[in-house]
Write a protein that binds this ligand. Sequence first.
Ligand code: NAP
Length: 211
Amino acid sequence: MRVALFGAAGNVGRALQPALEAAGHDVIGFDLRRGEVDFSDAEAAIDFTTPEAAPGNVRAALEQDVPSIVGTTGFDLTPLAELARERGVQLFHAANFAIGAVLMMRFAAEAAAYMPRAEIVELHNETKRDAPSGTAKATAALIPGETAIHSVRLPGLVAHQEVLLGGDGQLLTIRHDTFTREAFAPGVLLAVERLRKLPAGLTVGLETLLA
Ligand code: NAP
């Protein structure tokens, strides 16, 4: 498939492009700032940029009826979801494309049914702009009641999350660590393969693509 990749030179983009190419996709690094506005060749668009750039990038792709995958977090997807629905185009977003993180969220939701209190600690590289992370917010949404989120931003970290579930005399810790950005590639590849079979409008979460 011919794929327009916004953010190809970024941390995630640099890991993603070779993985997409190894899977047989033809990747075009796309940047509206360079005046690249013609999507006529692209069969899918992927955005891993910034919360400021992503809305304009994805809007431009959807307006040319290109199904889109959004990895960028920290902005409101509602206007893009409406646009995708109006145009009958697929839009997919996952707060975390790492399969282990999806399992962490699933196990945390399951455990929260039996443990009375939970708090989340999310740890990311200092360059991550938004806090709390999209993954932490999505995890909290799966846990009943108020779930406090603690955000750590330090050099050396990539993306890590602990869900601490406390009960009388016991603590259950569910932890996921992303050590390199290659961790996101299989999830993005799965989304690329499934994108055109999704219903028009917004689909959220890698778990929706897993059997
Ligand atoms: P990064 O290293 O800062 O890379 C962002 C890239 O976007 C840079 O190369 C930047 O280029 C480029 N960019 C900025 N504005 C652009 C525009 N208008 N058009 C095209 N490219 C533009 O960030 P990252 O670590 O790769 O992360 C990118 C985003 O993905 C962040 O929001 C992060 O939170 C999110 N993320 C999501 C997941 C997930 O699984 N959903 C996983 C990891 C990261 P310049 O430097 O030239 O401006």
